[in-house]
Write a protein that binds this ligand. Structure first.
Ligand SMILES: *[C@@H]1O[C@H](CO)[C@@H](O)[C@H](O)[C@H]1NC(C)=O
Ligand SMILES: *[C@@H]1O[C@H](CO)[C@@H](O)[C@H](O)[C@H]1NC(C)=O
Ligand SMILES: *[C@@H]1O[C@H](CO)[C@@H](O)[C@H](O)[C@H]1NC(C)=O
Ligand SMILES: *[C@@H]1O[C@H](CO)[C@@H](O)[C@H](O)[C@H]1NC(C)=O
Ligand SMILES: [Ca+2]
Length: 351
């Protein structure tokens, strides 16, 4: 939009300049036409006529030069205006994004009083290597059986950092560590490599836990479950009895196996054995840049059979775009889902 404005401005500038030169042309033509009738007069007259013409031409040239100078001054002022507008827009955008984060935080806070209480309970847990709490399944085994946000203490022995996690202690036996959630729709998932590596968003709202954490948590044999909801309130799930990603050096490549569920065709299978891509790291199997097209970070192939980190579209806009939160095997390529949660737990977990 802005680029188009700038372009239009430039073409306007160019046509103005062209117009000025066209004026020079016609004025010169007028001058030479006026010279012709004087041809029959005396030499002196001719001479004067000639010099007056030249004088007039000089004046016109001077006027034109000053006109041009004025024009370029105006053009410069317009240009500065455009740049200022651009900067203002950018500023507004940043403020907007800040507001969104704030609003989402507040929204989530209202819904998380109980979660905070659980968090405090979790913080009082003893921290020894033997009791290492390193995911929601171990919390579950320690009788923490209420879904919500917990803080996992850091563990030097295990080399694990302190980490806030969202635990789903209800679905199909519980013990799930949620690695991704889309439900509020205010957090952008069109992020760069570093942000996908470290994680982003709000653990009480929408978030990506971070590829480093996912890599670490899936060192043991792990199950992945994807819960989805559409705008009609129907729910589906996809479960993989085997899930892991490789390390950063190997571009967090995806491995999944043994699908079960009711989400129609397995739409993550197409992404099996592909590297992770973000808007600034094209590791897909395509000439195109899938992360740019689908506006997310994901294990893009060429490009998608699902796009769970795509753009959150609200009801009404949810079936108009191909860069939404899609699962082709259920609702096709143009239907952006209302809610998604990706969660993991160890294969050997027993409720
Ligand atoms: C040139 O400028 C002078 C003074 O500004 C003005 O009187 C004159 O009409 C102008 N001539 C043309 C051809 O624009
Ligand atoms: C995936 O990543 C690995 C290591 O980063 C690289 O060697 C390989 O070529 C990548 N594959 C594709 C399809 O980009
Ligand atoms: C993914 O690829 C691996 C081989 O790397 C294979 O064993 C596995 O069955 C594949 N998963 C699916 C769901 O096709
Ligand atoms: C998939 O399930 C089969 C049968 O239960 C099992 O033999 C196989 O090892 C599983 N594959 C993976 C990669 O876990
Ligand atoms: Ca590519």
């Amino acid at each position: 939009m802005l680029r188009r404005t700038i372009f239009r401005f430039f073409s306007l500038g160019v046509s103005l300049a062209l117009l000025s030169f066209a004026q020079v042309g016609t004025q010169q033509a007028r001058v030479s036409r006026r010279r012709t009738p004087a041809a029959g007069g005396a030499n002196l007259l001719k001479h004067i006529s000639c010099c007056e013409d030249v004088k007039e031409l000089t004046v016109q040239m001077a006027n034109l030069t000053s006109m041009l100078a004025e024009l370029s001054k105006k053009q410069e002022a317009d240009w500065i205006n455009v740049v200022m507008q651009m900067m203002e827009l950018e500023n507004g955008h940043q403020q907007h994004e800040g507001r969104i984060t704030e609003v989402e935080g507040k929204y989530s806070e209202i819904h998380s009083r109980l979660e905070i209480m659980q968090l405090q309970a979790a913080q009082t847990l003893p921290q020894t290597s033997a009791d290492a709490i390193y995911d929601c399944s171990s919390l579950y085994s320690r009788t923490y059986k209420i879904s919500g946000v917990y803080k996992l203490p850091s563990d030097e022995f295990m080399g694990t950092p302190e980490l806030e996690v969202l635990c789903d202690m209800e679905t199909n036996g519980g013990g799930w560590t949620v690695i991704q959630r889309r439900k509020v729709g205010l957090t952008s998932f069109n992020r760069d490599w570093k942000q996908y590596k470290d994680g982003f968003g709000n653990i009480r709202g929408d978030f990506w836990l971070g590829n480093e954490h996912i890599f670490r948590l899936t060192r043991q044999p792990t199950v992945l479950r994807i819960d989805m909801e559409d705008w009609e309130g129907q729910t589906r799930y996809a479960e993989y009895n085997f899930f892991t990603i490789s390390n950063e050096m190997n571009s967090y490549k995806l491995f999944i196996a043994n699908y079960s569920g009711n989400a129609g065709r397995d739409s993550l299978r197409y992404h099996n054995n592909t590297n992770f891509s973000t808007k600034n790291r094209d590791n897909d199997k395509c000439v195109d840049d899938c992360a740019q097209f689908r506006k997310g970070g994901y294990w893009y192939n060429c490009c998608t059979d699902s796009n769970l980190n795509g753009v959150f579209y609200r009801y009404g806009d949810h079936n108009k775009n191909t860069d939404g939160i899609t699962w082709y095997g259920w609702h096709g390529s143009h239907y952006s889902l209302k809610r998604v949660e990706m969660k993991i737990r160890p294969q050997n977990f027993t409720p």
